[in-house]
Each structure stands twice: as structure tokens, then as C-alpha cells.
Write a protein that binds this ligand. Sequence first.
Ligand SMILES: *Cc1c(COP(=O)(O)O)cnc(C)c1O
Length: 380
Amino acid sequence: MNNDKIWLSSPHMGGNEQAFVQQAFDTNWVAPLGPNVSGLEQDLEKYLGEEVHVGALSSGTAAIHLGLILLGVKAGDEVICQSMTFSASANPILYQGAIPVFIDSEADTWNMCPVALEEAIKDRISKGKKPKAIIPVHLYGVPYKIDDIRKVADQYNIPILEDSAEALGSSYKGRKCGTFGDVSVLSFNGNKIITTSGGGAIVTKTKELKNRAVFFSTQSRDNAPHYQHSEIGYNYRMSNICAGIGRGQMEVLDKHVQARRDMHDFYVKAFENIDGVTVFDVPNGDYFPNFWLTSIVINPAKTKGGKTREDFRIFMETLNIESRPLWKPMHLQPIFSVYPYYGTNVSETLFDDGLCLPSGSNMTQNDKDRMLEAIKVFFG
Ligand SMILES: *Cc1c(COP(=O)(O)O)cnc(C)c1O
């Protein structure tokens, strides 16, 4: 067995990426626009399969920022955000000078709790401010409670900015994640389900809204022969080189989703007879996750010898295997802890006991054998 590092999730090329990039060089489209950018947008629109419009951007974070701008979020506004997530879900709220209000997870999907959400909305309204937007996240590719969150959002007439950065290829009741928001967001960072080396996209319901996002992303240039600006601009458009990588990746997306789902099956089997370890799974058949990362929860009260998730993480580190605690909730982060939080500490417990395992679509048999051996030796 070789002892190369086993990564949580590493880039996995399909084969045609370089051909698209070569084409960009051959035609001198080495710029933040060009045929690959439009091509990737069309590929994504076709893939998402709803009446949506896609704008390719430099990152998922940029897409969230522009999403907030499209939804009219301004300085001093409040924006509701899932607490257990990557910081990029919340940072753009601060870019806008707005105030994040964090919501706990529920135990079924680990995503935004609809009960805590409604409680927060009522309380914020009673304090004199109706939140401007809601940012729920499909963590690890598992869809949030789509129907319940939508019901609360509609009841109070607040738009949803769907953070689907981890969930390209996931679906709920047969509809693709990335189509559930009033505005939605995808990421193609190096460790995501597909990569453009770095990149993201905004998904909108109308062509006008997409055009508006692209306008902002290319420095908000008014229609004039000289450089004329009436609004704040950003440099957030995707490069035609990166988009070429994305076009190659789109050809293998479904194959890679299947491979990640197979990794989840692999771990379910591997932990089948191990006390105190639960492999995170979906509540029912309505949920079709891409299982971007397979995660486990270790209950030290039930493991042999009281082993914790931190013990397991450190043990795997000695074997050159990467694993990582679940996202640390935003309301526990030094930079965000001053903002309001609503919930019952579900996400805290998950953070204490949860661990993400290597889940790449490019894991080899040798990698899997090493994982099995690690599990066997550690849990006895
Ligand atoms: C990766 C990620 C983002 C940010 O995407 P980038 O393309 O890295 O900027 C946002 N939200 C979540 C939940 C993510 O996992």
C-alpha cells in the first residue's frame, strides 16, 4: 500500500478540461468573458433543468455578495443566515454593512431549523426590523428542509438566497438544488463537487436579474462609449480559462456525484457494526444528496473506551489521512459572536462530535483499504 496523503476532497479532472482551455488560447479568449463562459452558463442552465438563468462568477462568495445586492440588502438591514456553514455564507452580509442573524440547525438535515427561523423572524419584527433575506445552506450536499423553509419565507414574504455551493448535483423531490432560491448560488472551488480551479455562479429566475448580476460583476459600466458609472461595481466575472475547466467538469458531473454517493455507501458499510458511530444520512427518499462529504457523528459515551471524534481525527492524521470537524457554527466564531442567534444548540453538539471523512470522487481502492484498516484498528 502506498502512503500518499488521502484528502478530504481534491480536484478530479474528467479529461476534456485542457481541450477547452487550449481552445481559449487558440482563439485568444484569455479574458473574463468568451465562449467558455457562455458555454458553461448554458451547460449549467440545461443541467439545472428549470426555468433558470446562470451567471458565471469568480467565486461562490462573489455570487452570495451579488445575490444580496440583487435582493436589495443595504447597510443596517438584517439578513438571516444558517449558523452551521462555511463563513463564506455569512461574510458577504458584512460586506454590505448588513447585520447577520444566525439560526440553529435541526437534527434531520443539519441545516436551518424552520422552527427557529420562524421564531427569529417574529422576534426581529417585534424589535422593529423585518429581515431582508434568508440564507439556508445544503450542507455537505444534503438539501435543507425545502418545503418548510419556503413556507415560512413566503408567510412573511422574505426572499430566499439559496446557498447551494456544496450541492450541485443534489436534488429534492426530483428538482435540482440551485433552483429553490429566489436567487441561488453555486461554487466551483478546488474542493467542491466540480472545480474551475476557483469560481462560482449565480442562478436567477429571470434573464433581467442575471444581466443585472453580470452588470455588477463587470464594474457596473453604463451604456456609453467612455467609462460611465452610476452604481458601485465589482470585478467578479469568471475568466474564460477557468470556465473552460468547468465545461470539461460538467461532462463528468453526474459520474462524480455517483462516485461520492458510492463513498457514502462505503462508509455506511464500514461503520455498520461499530458502536457509537452514526453515518449522516437523509431523512427519506425525497432527498437525493450528492454526498459531497460523508460525515459521521461519534458519541464517546457509546464507543469502546470512550473514544472521541478528536481522537479519531488525530489518529488518522498519523496515517496521512485528512479528516475535519464539521463546520464550526458562525455564532461561535469570534468575528460573528456579537450577532443575534436563535436556536437550541443542535449545531454546537454536531460540531463537538461530528467529523467529515475523505469523500473524493477520485478515491482509489488503495485509499479505501487504508480507510477500512484505520477504522478497524482505531475502533478495535
Ligand atoms: C465553498 C462554499 C462557499 C463559497 O464558495 P467559494 O467559491 O469558495 O467562494 C459558500 N458557502 C458554502 C456553504 C461553501 O461550502
